[in-house]
Write a protein that binds this ligand. Structure first.
Ligand code: UGA
Length: 450
């Protein structure tokens, strides 16, 4: 198997499929990244992945390359794992990396092989990839295309690949379907050993592509729904954490993805819902996804909300240009888009940091894993080496990523470091009674202030 694109997705898949027993090569055009991976050095933070990378490099089942000729000769299945970011000029997905990898690989293919799409793409992409393959691969090779979306969550990526809760195959032929079953044999065998079943959904290209974006749109909607309820709770003195618990007991609703807070971020949910709307508009069914605009707007308001809360707690007035926070020292705990990740793409925490600085606040941030990427994105904030250092002399503390380290911090000891004992919990993850017990004024998202 070859995995094209050694980013988050491709690296995790390459390593996990080597772990399942396949002979795997990871391919990337970035020679520096390939050299790092080949040396057993993981460029991302993902629990458990680096140990598996090293073990499988040592076993000889896993290697990395920058060469299309190499993978064309080596692999029977070529997984497309390249990025599909938002285009700079619109909400649509940028498919240039998909196009490049397919058109660069296809001319080198000499025997029948499967090009298997994993990247999140607008519906219709697999058909287009098929035309690219027809145009660029030698016809006698009989190369086929299939699509099988991934559902891995950062922080749980290894588990999600080895033990998926379902697999989806979008195919056009029996040969491609049989290949996909063969590709996942290791996944099915592991499930059988552990007395689990992995449901398989086999369908056409369009359905397979839509499954992925529909799932992410649903998750985003669930988060924005609970954040909208948080607004209602705040206006009425209710507590959204209790509300979420109470509605979550209904198994038609379920308890997951109902954590109100600073909203969703990351490299997937925000850009996927925008690309989904853009594609629906192209297809003439934009009205059907109009609600996703609202999901996006609810989400964006969460970030401004934190800035308003800071102003309210510190008695700062708001002018036509928003609140004036000049000189206010704010400690930010957490810069990644969620805990157990070093990913700061579209991070709500960094967006709040920027807004606070724009309003005049002096921001010092700390994160257990995300400091280096955060410095690249928001270089003008100050960065501390520890929670204690970040809090020294602060007028207010904002918890913006739900890291365990913050939940287990000692509010009594921290109270001695700050200028004012004020905390905003943008993640609703710290215990309000502990903090108020240590003399802090606490505000959560959609919870009564205490
Ligand atoms: C998401 C999906 O969960 C995966 O299934 C999917 O495969 C992946 O995108 C992708 O498209 O590749 P991920 O971006 O890793 O995974 O992160 P999530 O765990 O979904 O969290 C997304 C954001 O929602 C984070 O900012 C998180 O803090 C926030 N969130 C999550 C909430 O605000 N409340 C919740 O209750 C849950």
């Amino acid at each position: 198997m070859a995995f094209l694109g050694c980013g988050y997705l491709g690296t995790t898949y390459a390593v996990c499929f080597a772990e399942l027993g396949y002979d795997v090569v990871g391919m990337d055009v970035n020679a520096e990244k390939v050299a790092k991976l080949a040396a057993g050095d993981l460029p991302i933070h993902e629990p458990g992945l680096e140990a598996l990378l090293r073990r499988n490099l040592d076993s000889g089942r896993l290697r990395f390359t920058t060469s299309y000729e190499d993978i064309a000769e080596f692999a029977d299945v070529h997984f497309i794992c390249v990025g599909t970011p938002q285009r700079p000029d619109s909400d649509a997905a940028d498919l240039s990396q998909v196009e490049t990898c397919v058109t660069d690989l296809a001319p080198h293919l000499r025997r029948k092989a499967l090009i298997l799409g994993k990247s999140t793409v607008p519906v219709g992409t697999a058909e287009w990839v098929e035309t690219l393959v027809q145009r660029h691969a030698p016809p006698e090779a009989g190369v086929e295309v299939a699509w099988s979306p991934e559902f891995l969550q950062e922080g749980f990526a290894v588990e999600d690949v080895l033990r998926p809760n379902r697999v989806v195959f979008g195919v056009k032929s029996d040969w491609a379907r049989d290949m996909l079953y063969a590709v996942h044999k290791g996944v099915f065998e592991l499930a059988a050993v552990e007395d689990r079943e992995v449901p398989v959904v086999v369908g056409d290209f369009a359905t397979a592509e839509l499954v992925k974006v529909a799932a992410n749109a649903f998750l985003a909607t669930k988060i924005s729904f609970i954040n909208a309820m948080a607004d209602l709770c705040e206006a009425t003195g209710g507590d959204v954490t209790l509300l979420a618990r109470a509605i979550g007991y209904d198994d038609r609703i379920g308890p997951k993805f109902l954590r109100a807070g600073v909203g969703f971020g990351g490299g997937c949910l925000p850009k996927d819902i925008r690309a989904f709307v853009a594609r629906a508009e192209e297809l003439g069914v934009g009205d059907s996804l109009r609600f996703l605009h609202e999901v996006d707007r609810v989400n964006a308001r969460r970030r401004t909300k934190v800035v308003q809360m800071v102003a309210e707690m510190c008695g700062r007035t708001s002018g036509p240009n928003g609140p004036d926070l000049s000189g206010l020292r704010v400690a930010i705990l957490g810069v990644t888009f969620k805990a157990n990740s070093d990913d700061v793409r579209d991070s709500p925490a960094l967006s709040v940091a920027r807004k606070l600085m724009r309003a005049g606040a002096v921001v010092t941030a700390y994160d257990p894993e995300g400091m280096i990427p955060a410095k690249n994105v928001v270089p003008d904030a100050a960065y501390a080496k520890s929670v204690n250092e970040a809090l020294a002399g602060a007028d207010l503390v904002c918890v913006l990523t739900a890291w365990e380290e913050f939940r287990h911090a000692d509010p009594a000891a921290l109270a001695e470091l700050v200028s004012h004992r004020r905390i905003i919990d943008g993640t609703n993850s710290v215990d309000p009674t502990l903090w108020t017990g240590a003399g802090w004024t606490y505000r959560g998202m959609g919870r009564p202030s205490i």
